[in-house]
Ligand binder design. Structure first.
Ligand SMILES: Cc1cc2nc3c(=O)[nH]c(=O)nc-3n(C[C@H](O)[C@H](O)[C@H](O)COP(=O)(O)OP(=O)(O)OC[C@H]3O[C@@H](n4cnc5c(N)ncnc54)[C@H](O)[C@@H]3O)c2cc1C
Length: 375
């Protein structure tokens, strides 16, 4: 009998899981892959939109292109999940699969920071990246503050990449000298798992005269007065860019899967407390940062678990590995090879930065596009 698997969310983790199951359980498994949208966008493509290298249409990869054997994509919104019975309700159908894998990512809570929705900019959504791109085109110089508004957030390097690329953009437009760039973050360092990458990013910011305030949180902004509110003082800005507060999708709270913020999973198997129900990627709490590369390695863990359930044997990937690319500006890209489960503790050496890793990053995206979409 064919095993049925529902993958909820066709993002980085869901797409990788669907492709892996198709490869490893060909003919033994029917995968239904559900997403509310009609297209996938790589997280890093939002930087391309922000800096005008590609437009919103160019970065969309349509799910209708999926040609993965044994995988059926359905554009539906997940409305309810009963994890005890694995009953899933969408806006178009109901399902009772053998396995449910939750890969719904993280939502943004713009209202969590007073004034942000009214007076701030962001580039974590495609629409936000377009809006900020247009604002930057009209910007004539001044005080730019880029703030991480809460942790955890997707892609720890992304704020540092944006401020370094922004520096380049202002230099190219001849308005850097009349501008002040300042990054604020509650974190103790840019990439806490990698002291080497953190030091390189801090050095790059210092060399470019970019201010960096760590271990500080901005509680709100006053768009009329144009000030950012710290715990005990205010600081003026002309352009405020925030990495929005992240939260687990509501449907997972309503399903009882996310009681303390994110979906609780067994750190080894990534199974939730409910049999046959797994969670991967940004929506799950594993102690590992939220990034596509870790969603991908989580997909391999769950694929192993499903293979073992069906075949009664097989190994289990360790998860927690991945490679992150870091844009340093000037066309230079670094690469951090992260292994959270290495013997003796996490390892995350930095390679580069150099233009060679920019080519490798492009290849990274192209390989996944071909693998997930058959394009
Ligand atoms: C600016 C930026 C740069 C980044 N750069 C990198 C990078 O260089 N490398 C890297 O590894 N990561 C990067 N990331 C992070 C990466 O994009 C995410 O961590 C990754 O996409 C998480 O994968 P996921 O499968 O958990 O969730 P997602 O990829 O977010 O997918 C979740 C999917 O679930 C769907 N969904 C949600 N709710 C519902 C519902 N109710 N019904 C149906 N569908 C639903 C969504 O539409 C979405 O398609 C970046 C992110 C940003 C914002």
């Amino acid at each position: 009998m064919t095993t049925t698997v529902m993958v909820l969310g066709a993002g980085f983790g869901g797409l990788e899981l669907a492709s892996t199951l198709s490869e490893r359980l060909a003919g033994e498994v029917d995968v239904t892959l559900v997403d509310q949208h009609d297209a996938f966008v790589f997280g890093f493509s939002k930087l391309e939109v922000l800096f005008g290298h590609q437009n919103a249409e160019q970065v969309r990869i349509l799910y209708s292109e999926i040609r993965t054997p044994g995988v059926e994509f359905r554009q539906e919104r997940v409305l309810a999940i009963d994890p005890r019975t694995r009953h899933v309700v969408t806006d178009a159908a109901v399902y009772d699969p053998d396995f449910v894998v939750v890969a719904l990512g993280a939502d943004y809570d713009f209202a969590a920071t007073p004034g942000f929705a009214e007076g701030g900019f962001e580039y974590y959504t495609v629409a936000g990246a377009e809006r900020l791109r247009d604002e930057l085109a009209a910007f004539r110089g001044g005080r730019v503050m880029l703030a991480v508004l809460s942790i955890p957030f997707k892609c720890p390097p992304a704020p540092y990449e944006a401020i370094l690329l922004l520096h380049d953009r202002l230099v190219a437009r001849g308005i850097r000298e009349g501008s002040n760039l300042h990054l604020v973050s509650p974190q103790p360092s840019p990439i806490p798992v990698s002291p080497q990458a953190s030091a390189a990013l801090e050095r790059a910011m210092a060399e470019r005269g970019i201010g960096y305030t760590k271990r500080h949180r901005i509680h709100g902004i006053d768009p009329d007065a144009r000030v950012a509110q710290f715990k005990d003082h205010d600081e003026p800005y002309d352009l405020f860019i925030g990495i929005p507060t992240h939260r687990v999708p509501d449907v997972l709270v309503e399903a009882g899967l996310a009681r303390d913020g994110w979906v609780a999973v067994d750190p080894v198997t990534l199974q939730t407390p409910y049999a046959g129900v797994y969670a991967i990627g940004d929506c799950a709490e594993t102690g590992i940062p939220k990034a596509g590369t870790f969603a991908e390695s989580a997909a391999h863990v769950v694929a192993d678990g499903i293979v073992r359930s069906i075949r009664g044997a097989g190994g289990l990937a360790s998860g927690g590995t991945g490679l992150c690319y870091l844009e340093f500006g000037h066309g230079d890209v670094g690469r951090v090879d992260v292994d959270f489960h290495a013997d003796g503790g996490p390892t995350a050496p930095l390679l580069g930065p150099s233009p060679a890793y920019a080519d490798e990053k492009a290849e990274f995206g192209a390989v996944r596009r071909a693998r997930w979409f058959g394009a």
